[in-house]
Write a protein that binds this ligand. Structure first.
Ligand SMILES: Cc1cc2nc3c(=O)[nH]c(=O)nc-3n(C[C@H](O)[C@H](O)[C@H](O)COP(=O)(O)O)c2cc1C
Length: 175
């Protein structure tokens, strides 16, 4: 699929088929996620693929009962670690982990779309509860979750969604 078709048809998908995702497809998508750039190439990120139905149910609960988070073949959780020695002390320092992990997760979502898979970035979750459930080390945090699966309705990839007009998005020489 052409790159622009991928980004133009990536949508948050909130209804999934139960159809299993072939392992080679999952692997391809995860490898694309891992190609993402990071500050100093630190790659302090980790993906946890949750297949266990009971655990998926618990994730739903920890995501303010957003049912679709668990109504899918696999729920993807990405974690990031802050490393003090990589914080160069400028204003971005403490946000480095969030930036790095957001970039890899965006790669993941776009690669998934290219494979016909739906995703939905989930930002509403209880970090501590998800960490405990998935045995995430103390100095790591959950940065995002997403259901992963084939959309119940392919048209969902083409739903209308309002974005900024070009002139609102871009200005020349000044803000
Ligand atoms: C940081 C972040 C957090 C989000 N959290 C949630 C969430 O908890 N639940 C949800 O249904 N959608 C969530 N979304 C999805 C947005 O609502 C969605 O991306 C936005 O409305 C644009 O729609 P689109 O993804 O279909 O283009 C989140 C998106 C981002 C980037």
């Amino acid at each position: 699929m052409d790159f622009y078709e991928v980004i133009n048809t990536r949508r948050s998908i909130r209804k999934y088929k139960a159809t299993e995702i072939p392992q080679e497809v999952i692997k391809k998508v995860m490898i694309a996620a891992g190609i993402a750039p990071s500050g100093r190439n630190r790659q302090k990120w980790k993906y946890i693929l949750v297949y266990d139905k009971k655990m998926q149910k618990q994730l739903v609960e920890f995501c303010r009962n957003q049912e679709f988070v668990g109504n899918c073949p696999v729920t993807v959780v990405v974690c990031g670690a802050s490393i003090p020695q990589h914080n160069r002390g400028n204003y971005m320092g403490e946000f480095g982990m969030l930036m790095d992990t957001s970039i890899t997760f965006t790669h993941f979502m776009l690669a998934a779309r290219a494979e016909g898979l739906g995703t939905c970035w989930i930002g509403l979750y209880d970090n501590e509860k998800v960490k405990t459930l998935l045995d995430v080390p103390e100095d790591w945090d959950v940065v995002a979750l997403s259901p992963l699966g084939y959309p119940e309705d392919e048209n969902a990839f083409h739903s209308n969604i309002k974005r900024l007009d070009y002139d609102e998005l871009v200005s020349i020489d000044q803000f």
